[in-house]
Design a protein around this ligand. Sequence first.
Ligand code: SF4
Ligand code: SF4
Length: 675
Amino acid sequence: MTGAEVIERPYFYTLPVWLIAAFYLIAALSLAVFFYGVFRKIKRYRQGRRDASQPFTAAGLLRAAVDVITNRTILRGELLGGVGHLLLFAGFAILFVATLLVLVDNDILRLLLPQWSFLKGDFYLGFSWGADLGGMLLLCGFLILAIRRGVVKPAAFQYAERLQPQGFPKPGTLVRQDWLLLGLVGLAGVGGFLVETFRIRATEPVFETVSFAGWAFSGWLAGMGLSQQGARAAFGYIWYLHALTALGLIAYIPYSKAWHILVGWYGLALRPAQRGAAMAAALKQTGEGYASVADFTRDELVMLDACIRCGRCHVACPAATAGFALSPRDLILALQRYVTNGDGASTAGAVPDAWLWSCTTCVACDDVCPLGVLHVPMLIQLRRRLVADGAIESRLQEAMTNLNRYGNSLGQSPRNRPKWTQGLPFKIKDARKEPVEYLWFVGDYASFDPRLAEATRSTAMVFEKAGLNFGILYESEQNSGNDVRRAGEEGLFEMLRDKNMKALEKARFEKIVTTDPHSYQALKNEYDGFRVMHAVELVDELLQQGKLTASNKREVKVTYHDPCYLGRYNGVYDAPRRVLASAGARIAEMPRHGAEAWCCGAGGGRIWMEDVPGIKERPAESRVREAAALGGVEALVVCCPKDMVMFQDALKTTGLEGKLVVWDAMELVKEAVCS
Ligand code: SF4
Ligand code: SF4
């Protein structure tokens, strides 16, 4: 470095004044287009209703800040895409700060207060090194994401032509839009380096060795025969090309999925700590469902816009994978489109009915979304609208009629509800007539389905063995209404809940226990103020307290299926595994377990509906194949009556009967503690 050299950057270098003036004009235009887009977005969000039920909290905001800075929700589950995005994000953040510094220094201080200009000397050297680092990170991220999109081509990026609402973008259009944004980012990154490289080549300031990448490229260009004059002559063109790309990118942000840069944190800050309780709060509102944009909450309208089309919800969706019409990603895109173009029009036709009826409400989509988009509450609100309009799926209608008439979906006389108790060596207390500690809410399938009678009796035997003071509601129990509510029949849900509440209010008990995760969700989160346990949670406690002893352990290798309404909705993952281990079982986990468990396909009222023609493989069939593929596993253990029914059927249709059996966890426990 020579003593005479001034350590700073000539920003516009060879550009004539008129081109500099034109640049500021174009920059102003770009900002005007950007802010017009922002204004339109905000105007649209303000069409939604306010929802005070799930406000921002300091903890939520803090968690969102950590999510954004670390990219941990993006890294979760998809390493290549996660690392690519993290590098791109880090590079973008550094270059954004560097651009702000240049803006303040060059466009404000050097013009108004030159003595305060700070981008010189050692600070400039640090800045220049940092900007090079940012540029390199951005380009590495870009390369990874481009290779992933163009070469690896994960299933998440495949936009299959499926039943779609009118005007839904064609797969090719979506793919081109995705490439356009990624291409603009890559071009901006490459352009930044070219500007730097040509400037360094033209001026060759020794201190610019800190710009390690620009310096190296400049040396390479010199080696290729580019003269200083040549670099000087080309600089202006390259500078302008880069400026136009960057300004174009800024203007494009509110009109593309790059909008997530500004609103991606929103859904993360509102991400519920417990999905079951949050869902209950969301479903308390607007019993008639969503008929227009004004029915969506403002939070939902922002969340819709945050979607980056990563397709993770699409891949995690059992309905989409099975070949049903629905894709949760396309649902969000269709709603985005409706909100953008709808101008207050009805939601009818915004999303095909078949999409809405395909959902099992397993919340895998909500759980996996790296931006915290909540699909399912909106989907249920749209189902409510269909029900209000009488556009209900035919077999679902039949189940609803049964529920209305008999209080159960199977069309059975209420007198048959306690029939399963016949054959027990003791009489179960009638909680309507005498006080009990535990009120056992048995549920429809566990009460009526003959395939489940043995499992239900096993539960009774285990409770009796533990000396539990428990009873049931006998004929007074009604379906809890969980799936009725998910199917969009809010009125019927309220009727069933009122009837159950009346019976429960007459009974004297301290806690409710149930083997049915669907009833568990409803009673715990959607009824009023009960203490509710799943049977496996209670048995886990009893085993730990020594009130139950597993004296006849059956050493057997099993796998365990996490029911959606126990796992993802209510976070109960460990208790069933502890209980099974206590009973002697060794658990081999399926690849999709815990929060990533594959839904059996029964939830959200799907168990009552017709199969879809042309279906590839039912979710339950995929699940039993996954269990059987583990090898050496004797049984698929469940703790949901609906799982038992679904998986037993799936064993038959997949030809896996004889190779695998389905057990209820309580059957294993009974064998261990009662023999
Ligand atoms: S809740 Fe489950 S079935 Fe419904 S859209 Fe989401 S992932 Fe698909
Ligand atoms: S909703 Fe979420 S998971 Fe689904 S495509 Fe959009 S960002 Fe990805």
